[in-house]
Design a binder for this molecule. Sequence first.
Ligand code: UDP
Ligand code: MG
Length: 331
Amino acid sequence: MSELVSIVVPVFNEEENLEELHRRVAAVFADADHAIEFVFVDDGSHDRSVEIIRDLARQDPRVHGVLLSRNFGHEAAIEAGMRDARGDAAIVMDADLQDSPEALPELVVRWREGTDVAYVVRKDRKEGVIQRAAFSAFYRLAHRTMSIDLPRDAGPFCLVSRPALDAINAMGERGRYFPGLRAFAGFRQEAVEVERKARHAGATKYSFIGRSMGAFNAIFSFSKIPLRLASLAGFISAGLALLGAAWVVIGGLTSDQNAPGWVSLMAVVLLLSGVQLVTIGIVGEYLGKVYDEVRNRPTFIVREHVGGSEFDGDDSGRDGTPGRTETRGGR
Ligand code: UDP
Ligand code: MG
């Protein structure tokens, strides 16, 4: 049987882009010697995206829709699609055609040469100066603080082989940052340079604040340095408090200008506030680790599966019956 490549596409209000995306992806693989399937994950769109996914699924048996119960965010939508993908490899790409379909065959070529993770590096960004500076600052910070080697300018757009996909899917953490998990997974990774296009239609779904939250999530998921900074601040202030206390005590012994009780009061306040910061920092270290694990909520909830009849009939049903994507979470 020929190999199957899954195309995983997170969709949030992309009515103007889906048909074009489907057409162009189908076209680039028209003569390919492997099969493809589309996994469109609708992330709670309130435009016609769901209708379009249903239409596409009716016309093309390779199209499968995973409809989430509400908007769970880009990361969750990617995760839902990755868990649903049945291919020997999966490609993750945005619905807005910023990730150019014409680059996909190159990713498949790399995979066949033995690469497990072929991630796309944006050759030149089409964004404004301020946004580019913000991205650049993020990658610099990420490089300094994260425990993994996060490739610069690599978004979600990539191909992952089945072994790498299984490894990423096995990661149970909830605050997911896909490019980070992908780097963490290891295997044979390779960068592929592709120009990042402007959006085909519609507007970006991210506000400046939304994007900043994403950046914080990425850093906090892969770094304990913020917590360490809290402890460090505590230790430094405890040290300073000790010096301050010594100064106050000596001053108290050598001068008679002080109000009664001031010396001992200041010494205690300075010392204790420093010690408290140290303690909070240390508690924070542990709390951060526990918090990572303890929230056992699913990262997404599937409302319905659409189409995909061509690949039905094996392990987990795709239409209504609980499939892989419903059994998210619990260990
Ligand atoms: N997206 C999603 N859920 C969201 C926001 C975005 O599934 O809550 C999808 C969106 O439809 C697109 C991709 O994620 O396919 C990237 O979104 P967008 O183009 O807005 O981000 P940008 O390219 O500006 O970083
Ligand atoms: Mg986009």
